[in-house]
Ligand binder design. Sequence first.
Ligand SMILES: [Zn+2]
Length: 698
Amino acid sequence: MNAPVLVTLFALPLILFPATQSDETQWEQRARAIPDTTRIRADVEHLSAVPHLAGTPGSKQAADWILAQLREYGLDAKIETFEALLPTPQTRILEMTAPTQFKAKLQEPAVSIDPSTSNPDIIPPYNAYSGDGDVTAPLVYANYGLPADYDTLKEKGIDVRGKIVIVRYGGSFRGVKPRVAYEHGAVGCIIYSDPRDDGYFQGDGFPKGPYRPADGVQRGSVLDLGVQPGDPLSPGWASEPGSKRLALAEATTIQQIPVLPISYADATPLLSALDGPVAPEAWRGALPFTYHLGPAAMVHLKVTMNNATRPLYNVIARIPGSEFPDEWVLYGNHHDAWVDGADDPISSAGPLLESARALAELSRQGWKPKRTILFAFWDAEEFGLIGSTEWMEKHSDELNRKLAVYINADTSGKGVLDAGGSPALEDTVREIARDVKDPVSGKSVLDTYLAKVAKNAPTKPAEFHLSPLGSGSDFTPFLQHLGVASLNLGFETESGGGVYHSAYDDFYWYSHFEDTDFIYGRALAQLNATILMRLADAPVLPFTFSQFATSVTTYLDEIARLGNAKTGNATKLNLDAVRHANTQVAQAAAELAKAYARAQGKLSTARPAQLTAINRLFIDSERDLTLDPGLPGRPWYRHRIYAPGRYTGYAVKTLPGIREALEANKQEEAAEQAKQVAQVLQTLAAHLNQAAKLLGKL
Ligand SMILES: [Zn+2]
């Protein structure tokens, strides 16, 4: 979560449905009564019963089953097929040849109490988009494998050129680790889960507890997501059967060196064989020996991939809008998983099915959404947001015109709402979180959230805020490429990610250790069904903009301090123009809020064309924040306010163009990026002023 912003400027109460409010409220209540824990449990159990990795028959079966469910609910649904490079492992060898002999197991043993862990279709642990390679070299421990870790190694006199590095999971998206290793001259990269971050240091390992057991391995893609997600052989266009494809050697988002993920059982002999300097204190994990940096042990690493292009299956359903059919609201969740994926992603795909069933049922009872509602179950998210990205690329012209909001879910636990997204949607999500019951406390989901905020920061006023979105799930193509206002919603996971991307993320684990009676799954279905309804039915899209300007002020203050930290002086970068443009946004947002409040009584009688003109400006408000070409070195990322960090991967960088230029001490680039941010803010301010004027004319 970002630092809470304390002052909400110009906030006015939102009254969304003056004339039809009670009707709408009644429909929403009816929708929330439909999602059912027994059904969610059954859906999660069915979809996580067997492995369903993208590109395998299991994934096709999952897509077909979801399609059948949606049609049974009465929805208009279809499968859209794409294809992509979806590598599977061919050879995986990791052995130590000196000072002692050791051969890594590279397997996750079955657990007798949980029969699905013995399924022969479980893909062995690997990192998709690893380079092929067969290397024997000394081993060096490089902590999390972040750029700063290599600076530390250099200070200690350790050169990783020609070496194999072993790094631990955490601190960055895994795809960043082998790329940074390669940039520093390493010839191979081993990524392991240290029990300090992910294992017995946190709590009991599976099956006694929910945490990562000694042999548990985190699979995962090492696609260079910070440059661009999607199929690496069709960057920028939809990869359909017969479409143009790059040769493997031309792909820029796959790794150059072999990469392999391992368990802490396999990492222990390797790390304990290292000598050389003792690792800095912050680098030490929870394994029972003194951590050294190396180089010492000789290690042989061989990885080859079966680089096949395979089909993937997105399932799309729709409820057509009655008044504004060309304004769309889309709710998506991926269906593919590394293994059974009861937690990631089925724990939130089950609730999505229930949201869809609720709205289908409501349609039968006579409810007609004003806007078109779409449901999407994406394939191949785990390989690099591929199903959603290829679909976005295929439909980009239409989505650019029509898609008002994208709502994402991907993995959900229990307890406290975990909400990220565009500030324009913050007021709406807050209101709806107040309308949905927390199934344990009986108070609202919002109350539970605020109680946690108050507990964590007792001296500050407890407020609800959406955290800014980085990457790591399917909102990225919509938010950061197209510029569509987006949300990512779920309940927090309490297990520390103990079985994340392992064979132990299955129905047994989820139903014993997470949302065991699926009551938070039901709350998620209720929350997202309500959000869809309110977004689909409000005469004017319920977007508000004062929080956005407040957030940008916070980001600018952070950047000013970042300059201080780098140079010891105030940054030379002049941010006046950006601050001025942001003040214009704040003023326009305030005018708009007043105009919106004044227009409340007139919305239900306004002509559709008048409302369409206002909604067009609202839909464009997030597009306004994008600019071509995108960020330096990664033009696919067009959003000027939010991007995943180039060297962090999943974690967000706000005002990424300015921030990353300053971090790299590129002053001219930072100044150019600041100019571009000022430009997008001016465009937004102008559109908000225009919207206020149109509201005034109603
Ligand atoms: Zn996921």
